[in-house]
Ligand binder design. Structure first.
Ligand SMILES: [Zn+2]
Length: 222
């Protein structure tokens, strides 16, 4: 009875995956659905006709705007509740505060993301009546104590990659809140998301984040 001695299967023909190739390199091979599942998205929309959705304003998104909450006690669930209860009022301004409540599309924390607003509707998170609100999907990253920030940033990068794929948005149009000047505010460009900016401006940390977004985007199979 011949027992064939062979090495453990290696190479792309043996096991399907070349073990010498780093997982998910370049054109990788993760389906959009699989990447979406990795984001762990919970949909918990603000009720249509209330607070931030009192007026439904259609949007064809061309940008993705990244924020951080600067709230060190509340995670994604508490932000979702606050948006649904009308607890987050937008600052009074002469420059186009049209609905009086803050609203954005997604909040991300280390273990999940929550969607508050359809991506086909404008939010109120960036620059009053400016293009940041009129044309961009708003994503807030949680930074409450106990929430792992690095994991939150990775999850945000995955969600951004999924949205780019779904909406045909290029990497150049993934911007920090800083990108959108706020009329009537000093300084006009907000230091947001502060932990991804260098001295209050996009620099090495922001470029690194865009690198992570690009990495995940390239993993998604066409
Ligand atoms: Zn912001």
């Amino acid at each position: 009875m011949g027992v064939s001695v062979q090495c453990s299967p290696v190479g792309p023909l043996a096991g399907g995956r070349d073990p010498y190739r780093p997982p998910s390199s370049q054109s990788g091979g993760v389906s959009l659905g699989s990447m979406q599942r990795q984001v762990n998205l919970h949909v918990d929309l603000v009720k249509k006709g209330t607070y931030g959705r009192r007026v439904v304003r259609p949007m064809n998104p061309r940008y993705i705007t990244i924020h951080s909450t600067q709230n060190y006690t509340a995670g994604a669930d508490k932000h979702s509740e606050a948006l649904k209860n009308g607890a987050l009022r937008s600052p009074k301004t002469r420059y186009g505060n049209r609905i009086g409540f803050l609203i954005w599309h997604f909040t991300v924390e280390d273990g999940k993301a929550i969607q508050h607003l359809p991506t086909s509707e404008q939010g109120e998170h960036a620059d009053f009546a400016g293009p940041g609100n009129r044309l961009s999907i708003g994503i807030e990253m949680c930074e409450n104590r106990g929430n792992n920030l690095a994991t939150t940033v990775e999850r945000t990068a995955k969600l951004t990659a999924v949205l780019m794929k779904q909406k045909g948005i290029p990497l150049n149009n993934v911007v920090p809140h800083y990108h959108w000047p706020r009329r009537g505010k000093t300084p006009p460009n907000k230091n947001c998301p502060h932990f991804l900016l260098d001295h209050g401006r996009p620099g090495a940390k922001w470029r690194k984040f865009l690198g992570r977004v690009d990495y995940y985007y390239r993993q998604i199979t066409p």
